[in-house]
Design a protein around this ligand. Structure first.
Ligand code: NA7
Length: 316
């Protein structure tokens, strides 16, 4: 977490240098906000909520990670159920479906804290079954639910420039306005619960496919005696110039892969997109092959590195 907070401070300093610091026009909601999950993503998101003036209570499985947030003005809750019971709206940003089910259905979990009108917003990337299951369980206790996965990795999370894809309770979506402004640059509302998870998986499937093919191209260029740096210059000037090619291209050239979007999560999302395709009989021949390569990379021990480390699995 110290690493995450150092990163947060350096991204904020970088923003300040560019003169793009605080989003001054945010009017923080008076509601009490809870935040579960102070990992790479959650650190930036929770800090940005606090900085925008929200009343924030935090909880993290490894409780030491809460200390810096308390110093920054947050309250620390002992358990998830205490946090949910003491807040109006609780956000969560944890690793995966298993983690979401653990914090929701587990002992002293979200469900135990939910009473009439309490709101729970999960922002993790999870499978559709988990989203709908959690939504039903929260509503069965007269609570309100919204899913709000995000596009953007660590840097946008730290800078408060995520793209938020929400679905579920519309009134709750409106109540989250100032929080979403603090964490993101744009929020979309996709109506029925499940649609945000579906949209997020389609997007991350596309990103995984582009990443893998780009890494193959870099490997092929190198093996054929071509300059990767010239290849990058050409790509960056052409029709597929984009932040992914330029950012991940630099990582491959430097052979350094600090996790912005951990490779294991990219593989998780490919797997979930493939499961989604089964339900509607949509063939995904390329994404299936890409998933196999990411699985191989994970088995090679690259899971905690950035998704761009897929390159290493192709040059081994
Ligand atoms: P990180 O940095 O791996 O952080 C994961 C967070 O999830 C961290 O706070 C973990 O707590 C928490 N976690 C994981 N498993 C559990 C369980 N079982 N119970 C409670 N808390 C848990 O992930 P990122 O922030 O990069 O990514 C989060 C999401 O964004 C993910 O869905 C991606 O696909 C996109 P810990 O500190 O380890 O105790």
């Amino acid at each position: 977490s110290f690493l995450s907070l150092n990163l947060y401070n350096s991204f904020q300093a970088h923003l300040a240098q560019k003169g793009e610091t605080t989003k001054k026009d945010i009017k923080p909601t008076e509601k009490k906000i809870g935040f579960i999950g102070l990992g790479l993503m959650g650190t930036g998101m929770a800090m940005n909520l606090i900085k925008a003036g929200h009343k924030v209570t935090v909880w993290n499985r490894t409780s030491e990670k809460c200390e810096e947030f308390v110093k920054a003005g947050a309250t620390q809750a002992e358990t998830v159920s205490d946090l949910v019971a003491s807040c109006d709206i609780t956000f969560s940003m944890v690793s995966d479906s298993e983690a979401v089910r653990a914090i929701v259905f587990g002992e002293n979990g979200v469900l135990e804290g939910i009473t009439e009108g309490k709101a729970f917003v999960d922002m993790s990337t999870v499978d559709i079954g988990t989203v709908t299951g959690v939504s039903e369980a929260v509503q069965a206790r007269d609570g309100r639910f919204m899913e709000a996965p995000v596009c953007g990795s660590v840097q946008p999370a730290m800078e408060g420039s995520l793209i938020i894809i929400a679905a579920g309770d519309k009134e709750l979506y409106d109540e989250c306005e100032s929080c979403f402004q603090a964490m993101g640059k744009k929020a979309f509302y996709l109506s029925d619960t499940g649609n945000a998870a579906r949209m997020k998986l389609v997007i991350n499937m596309i990103i995984g496919g582009v990443m893998c093919c780009f890494a193959e191209g870099m490997a092929l260029a190198d093996k054929s005696g071509l300059s990767q740096s010239v290849l990058l210059d050409i790509l960056n000037l052409g029709s597929i110039a984009n932040p992914l090619i330029s950012g991940k291209g630099k990582a491959i050239l430097a052979n350094k892969y600090p996790p912005a979007f951990p490779l294991k999560y990219q593989q998780k999302d490919l797997k979930l997109a493939l499961a989604m395709s089964e339900q509607v009989d949509q063939p995904l021949p390329v994404a299936s092959a890409v998933n196999e390569q990411f699985k191989r990379a994970k088995n090679m021990g690259l899971g905690d590195k950035d998704t761009s480390a897929i390159y290493k699995s192709l040059t081994h």
